[in-house]
Design a protein around this ligand. Structure first.
Ligand code: XMP
Length: 531
């Protein structure tokens, strides 16, 4: 993993919170770098990380439950300011000698909070005496630790927040990180800037400067190859590396034959005409077709495709002199979702992101992953700051294993042809729909626009009738979602006329398809991709 992108950082100790990532995001929104660490982090490890502040997240457990996560008490002795939310407040209380009780009803949703600090709490600062906050808890602190004062309460929660200003320990039972706590951002800013003395210095310019310096230092005089897919992540890495090491970089585009219609041509066009980088287009379509011939299981597809990527890159590297490094666009959610590295939380392996698959025997590179601490929308902002064109920066996410995981069951040339053609229609129609929304609202991120959309080909056939003929053909599944970071998503409430046009065109224009279905499931419980 690359060095932390800032020396002034806040760590979020994750107790399995629903909102753990959100806390990190909210801190970053204040231009302070923040990362998530697991709740079993020791005081010694925290000292090594040297954060400027610590936030204890919420979590689903009850502090007195047998397997409830605890916190190393030494963390409170490091002299580093700590802010706890919800479970974070409760664990702070019991660790420091207070107690937690079980309330009868719990408290869920908006609550009316009254400050009782007489204006003295730096955490609340200038915020009003009465304010709305978002609560979600059953347990609550019954007794604050000895040297703490209670700073606010609600009707059902007498200790809605507490603090020991002298030791810079603060905690709230409510969730300042969610939008339903209107003064939440202000509380966070008060903590970061007034209490911890941090500076809002984590800006795009400083991020670029630090990343470029880190890449130069890591690479020295060696050569680097970059696995380029044409997606936003690898393109941003390309732009960063090009700025850092210029001609020591070779971009390698492995064409596995699983890309969307016209995509290989577009990628080649951008990276040969708009960028001054060395570009190699590897035609690996036949090798991939042979490797995937009888494979059905999606994880196996991912492993085969990922492993072959490494072999293809290695083979290019052998032809170039002195390549030690492979740069790639791994981002923070890839790591969290793959559960592949120690990041925090208790993320289980949901799916293997291709760029986190281990090297096959005989292949070795040192990795350069300058985006492995960034969320998707931060990567996009970085791309814009680096001068990448809009159509790359706002490109939809596309899985490394490509259409292989959007074809359920075996991947054949026939199925690929069907899916590419259906997907091209989906993209054409929904691109046009998004363009209309953009024209009407002037907002690229309008709630009415669709974040990601594509076609899926399931492994079933059904009966239809076309003209006077019975057909027995595939359905296409339309997937269209709203999201901001792909971690959660909701299905897009598309107008019926748009759905009707997509369906009508696919059935009329794509041979082998006689039906279109729309996936109306959110993530969770589903994922965005079908595989
Ligand atoms: P899921 O299906 O997990 O997808 O909800 C979340 C987002 O990640 C994209 N995705 C990938 N992106 N490599 C990538 O670069 C992958 O292997 C991969 N798998 C899924 C997916 O399109 C969605 O936006």
């Amino acid at each position: 993993m690359a060095a932390a992108p800032s020396d002034q950082k806040v760590i979020v100790v994750d107790f399995g919170a629903q909102y753990g990532q959100l806390i990190a995001r909210r801190v970053r929104d204040q231009h302070v770098y923040s990362e998530i660490v697991p709740c079993d982090v020791s005081a010694a490890e925290v000292r090594e990380l040297a954060p400027a502040a610590i936030i204890l997240s919420g979590g689903p457990a009850s502090v007195y439950a047998e397997d409830a996560p605890s916190v190393d008490p030494g963390i409170f002795e490091l002299g580093i300011p700590v802010l706890g939310f919800c479970y974070g407040q409760q664990i702070m209380a019991v660790t420091l000698g207070g107690s937690v009780g079980h309330t009868e009803k719990g408290e869920y949703g908006a609550a009316s909070l009254t400050r009782c600090d007489e204006g003295a709490s730096k955490l609340y600062g200038e915020t009003p005496v009465e304010q709305t906050v978002w609560m979600s808890h059953r347990d609550a602190v019954a007794q604050a630790p000895e040297d703490f004062t209670v700073t606010a309460s609600t009707d059902t929660c007498p200790i809605a927040s507490m603090e020991c200003a002298e030791r810079r320990l603060y905690a709230t039972q409510f969730h300042p990180e969610v939008r339903h706590t209107p003064h939440g951002d202000e509380l966070l800013r008060n903590f970061l800037f007034d209490i911890c003395g941090l500076e809002p210095s984590w800006t795009m310019d400083s991020i670029i400067e630090d990343s470029v310096a880190a890449i130069r230092e890591q690479v020295g005089t060696n050569r680097v190859i970059l696995g380029l897919s044409g997606g936003v992540d690898s393109s941003v890495v390309a732009a960063l590396c090009a700025r850092a090491i210029g001609k020591q970089l070779t971009c390698v585009f492995v064409n596995h034959g699983l890309l969307r219609k016209n995509e290989p041509e577009e990628v080649e066009e951008v990276f040969t005409k708009q960028f001054d980088v060395d570009f190699v287009h590897v035609h690996a379509e036949d090798r991939y077709a042979a490797l995937l011939a009888d494979v059905v299981e999606p994880e196996q597809k991912r492993r085969i495709i990922g492993s072959q990527f490494w072999k293809e890159f290695f083979s290019v590297a052998q032809d170039l002199d002195g390549v030690k490094f492979l740069a790639q666009g791994t981002i923070y959610p890839d790591i969290i979702e793959s559960g592949a590295r120690k990041t925090g939380g208790k993320a289980s392996t949901i799916k293997s992101h291709h760029n986190l698959i281990p090297f096959p025997e005989g292949v070795h590179f040192d990795l350069i992953e300058p985006l492995d601490h960034f969320f998707k929308d931060e990567v996009r902002a970085l791309g814009t700051a680096l001068g990448l064109p809009d159509h790359i920066v706002h490109r939809q996410p596309f899985p490394g294993p490509g259409l292989a995981i959007r074809i359920i069951g075996t991947v054949t040339r026939e199925k690929l042809e069907i899916l590419k053609n259906a997907d091209a229609i989906v993209r054409e129609e929904l691109d046009a729909y998004n363009a209309r929304i953009f024209e009407e609202t002037g907002d690229r991120n309008s709630e009415r626009s669709v974040w990601q959309y594509f076609a899926v080909l399931p492994d079933i056939k059904s009966v239809g009738v076309m003209g006077d003929e019975r057909t027995y053909a595939y359905p296409i599944i339309l997937r269209a979602v709203e999201s901001s970071d792909a971690m959660t998503a909701d299905w897009a409430k598309l107008p019926y006329d748009v759905l009707a046009r997509v369906s009508g065109r696919i059935v009329a224009e794509v041979p082998g398809v006689n039906r279109v279905a729309y996936d109306i499931t959110s993530k969770p419980p589903a994922t965005i991709e079908w595989e």
